[in-house]
Design a protein around this ligand. Structure first.
Ligand code: CTP
Length: 444
């Protein structure tokens, strides 16, 4: 009996997949089809798979070509599968020609000619029109957004708005998009808006974008007052628009895994959380010169407060701020302390003092520790009373990480919403409330 194996994602099952399986089966007597998990696809950078693993498996079953279906979960699995299942022929489409030649040490490798003019990517893009993204702001973060947005399918950068024409022109030229210094024209040309202007302008921009019927992804901190967050989320909900606060950590796979472990009882009941993020800034930068909205807290607290709100919730009993200020009265270093009914938490942000930048979650049975940059969670450890036992977890984190929040934003717009839990409205509103309390205390 000749045993054949092939692998794929098989998303939005199409004729190309059908013909590949048909010809793969014809190569032998017994066909095994390996189907990738969502997690594995994420890890290898396929971010927009639509069908669930179960749906993809069902679609392959329906063809009647597969004698056995297995799940592909990790890199390097293919060689082991070939040995394990006594495979004679490994086959994939010709788009992979050359990529699997190393398998010929273990079995015969056949590249089957790919069916022309059809792919899952094409279908994903046809089914959903490509969203034209407009960027408000031309600063550092907007420059980080551009290479990331290009990696997410279903969205394409269209133009940039800045009331200062020269800034808009320079950014537009650099990224080969259109420049706008008139908001109405800008809104007329785009479907979704990414707000990356300085913090104090976020509220007005988000509000006007929503009022123009645009879905909005807004950089953190989205707004600096609780009421503003409530108004924006209520408006978005009433008008069926997606509004997402872009705290990238909330959307990155490693952080999701960390929260899952933290909530699983592995470390018992969580009693203490300590999060720290410091970044030494040049004293002449906006962050250390803007006397009203600059300082370490407005710049970095969204990250540090995030794990606390995610794990302890909105109902803190008390919150307190301690700061070290520069000569302008701006906080160079801030420690915020929360009391909860069953735990305490501290978050530390610094722009003028360097610290270790660690996230610690302590429970009644053990603790989780993530070293800097924990806000781009890629690796963490769980420790116990028995110092000999350490559980280690890792997860891929690609690039600047904005691609994860952009992908979830696009999925939410397309009604494919499995990500709303990653940063809920209530959590964003609580973060705005904490920003407001800090600004009222520090700057009146
Ligand atoms: N395939 C094919 N002809 C096509 C599309 C895919 O023969 N038109 C083959 C691929 O070469 C692979 C298998 O089908 O061996 C599964 O491919 P998969 O990556 O799941 O499908 P694509 O349509 O290429 O998906 P994507 O656009 O997401 O890359």
């Amino acid at each position: 009996m000749v045993k054949v194996i092939t692998y794929g994602t098989f998303d939005l099952f199409h004729e190309g997949h059908y013909r590949l399986l048909q010809r793969a089966k014809a190569l032998g007597d017994y066909l095994i089809v390996g189907v990738t998990t969502e997690k594995y696809d994420m890890e290898r950078g396929k971010l927009n798979v639509v069908d669930s693993l179960l749906t993809r498996v069902e679609n392959i079953k329906k063809t009647g070509f597969a004698d056995e279906i297995i799940i592909e979960e990790t890199p390097g699995q293919k060689v082991n599968d070939v040995k394990k299942y006594n495979i004679d022929i490994f086959t994939v489409g010709s788009d992979w020609t050359g990529s699997f030649d190393y398998m010929s040490d273990y079995c015969k490798v056949v590249y089957i000619e790919r069916t022309r003019n059809i792919s899952s990517t094409m279908l994903r893009e046809q089914n959903k029109k490509i969203l034209k993204a407009g960027i408000i702001g031309t600063g550092r973060i907007a420059n980080r957004f551009m290479p990331e947005v290009k990696l997410v399918s279903g969205i394409s950068p269209q133009g940039v708005y800045n009331p200062h024409k020269e800034s808009a022109d320079a950014f537009a030229q650099k990224w080969e998009i259109d420049a706008y210094d008139d908001l109405e024209t800008f809104y007329g040309d785009v479907d979704v808006v990414y707000v990356a202007a300085p913090h104090q302008f976020h509220y007005e921009y988000v509000k006007s974008a929503l009022e123009h019927g645009k879905h909005v992804l807004c950089e953190k901190p989205m707004v600096l007052q609780r009421e503003q967050a409530e108004i924006l989320f209520t408006y978005a909900r009433e008008h069926k628009l997606v509004l997402v606060e872009g705290i990238k950590t909330a959307y990155c796979p490693g952080f999701e895994k960390l929260l899952g472990i933290a909530c699983s009882g592995t470390i018992g009941n969580i009693r203490y959380i300590d999060a720290c993020f410091t970044k030494l800034e040049d004293a002449s930068n906006r962050e250390l010169t803007d006397e009203e909205y600059g300082g370490s807290f407005t710049e970095l607290a969204s990250y540090c407060v995030l794990p606390i709100i995610k794990l302890f919730g909105y109902q803190y009993e008390d919150v307190r701020f301690d700061t070290i200020q520069n000569e302008k009265g701006l906080d160079l270093f801030t420690k915020v302390s929360f009391c909860y009914p069953r735990g305490i938490a501290t978050a530390t942000c610094g722009l003028g003092v360097k610290s270790e930048g660690r996230l610690l979650i302590a429970g009644t049975r053990g603790y989780i520790v993530v070293e800097a940059p924990w806000w781009k969670t890629a690796y963490f450890e769980v420790h116990y009373e028995d110092t000999a036992r350490v559980d280690k977890y890792s997860e891929r984190f690609f690039g600047d990480g904005l691609r994860y929040e952009i992908k979830d934003f696009v999925n939410m717009i397309n009604g494919n919403d499995k990500s709303g839990f990653k940063l809920t409205r209530g959590e964003s509103i609580t973060i705005a409330e904490i920003m407001e309390k800090f600004l009222v205390k520090e700057r009146g």
